[in-house]
Design a protein around this ligand. Sequence first.
Ligand SMILES: [Zn+2]
Length: 370
Amino acid sequence: MAASKEKSIKADANDGAYLGTRVTLRYCNMRKSAPKPMPPGISDKRARLLLVNASKWMNGSTLTYAFFKSPAKLTAPEAQKDAVRAAFAEWKALGIGLNFTEVSSVANAQIRIAFDPADGSASYIGTDNLSIHTNEPTMNFGWDLTTPYGHTTALHEIGHAIGFPHEHQNPKGGIVWDEPAVYASLAAPPNNWTHETTFHNIIEKITPDSVQGSAWDPNSVMHYEFEPGLILKPAKYKKGLTPKGGLSARDKKWVRTFYPPLPSGSAAKISLFQSHALNLKAHQQADFQFVAPSTRSYTFRTFGTADTVLAVTKKPAKKGAATEVLAHDDDGGHERNAEVNVKLKKGDRVNVQVRMRYVEKSGEAAVMVF
Ligand SMILES: [Zn+2]
């Protein structure tokens, strides 16, 4: 795909020295997520589901992004920024419930985009972006985005930013690596990766359900292109694996699992002291509106044995601003419920969002404000 792709150099068996395959593509270096330790004793199924949706945004969120204007080494010509804008628009055009808005100041953006060629292409995963200092980029592009490979790179990094990991690390794919070849070739230019970086981005298998669906999608935009000599099995990929490029059919389906189109009309109202059943399966979300009848502090709480994320948010005050999160709690993996307290003035209108992370049977949870 990349114009500069060179022929692989085969190992020379007679010479004794291992030359290995030479990777000529530069790869995304996914930023490490904060560890999400699971409490001991929880079931495998529960742990797996919790991992899948660990860093997903609330559906309906407006995410803001901005490009660095200085220092010069973090900036790029307009054509590169347009390629990123087009990639955001392409994800949005799938009809997903997330919104993306460009803002002018990186300090006000949740996704802060730089173009440092020395740093390669990279992004943090989903809501992990929120833990990065606002001075720092959360996404970097290290090569030309106006080529087909660059277009796929832009879609790929945004895929990380909305919570998706690497598809080639899906254990369902059963990729058996020629590990010495992978480590040796990635340690060389143009990637110059450490052993640890290569392990983190390629060799390490991700918990099955934390990658895209149950089966493996070698055409996913979250899958690297591999040159010959890196994959031992499946045998047909010994000569290399080239995803089709762009968003695959399953990427489109899977992203709508987490971020389905928003229902038309306004969300159901939630009233004081009334319990609302949550008929949700894992990954699904329910939205309610609450209008404060008087000025005081309100408690919003989920009930039942489910693992939920609960957020109380306000619509962006003006067009182009991020969703304002007034309070947020996540009881994933814990034997307690999500609960937040929010001080509201009489007449304040807020959104109450509950995302189901894990539940044995739908209908075993409820939400209440009191
Ligand atoms: Zn990546």
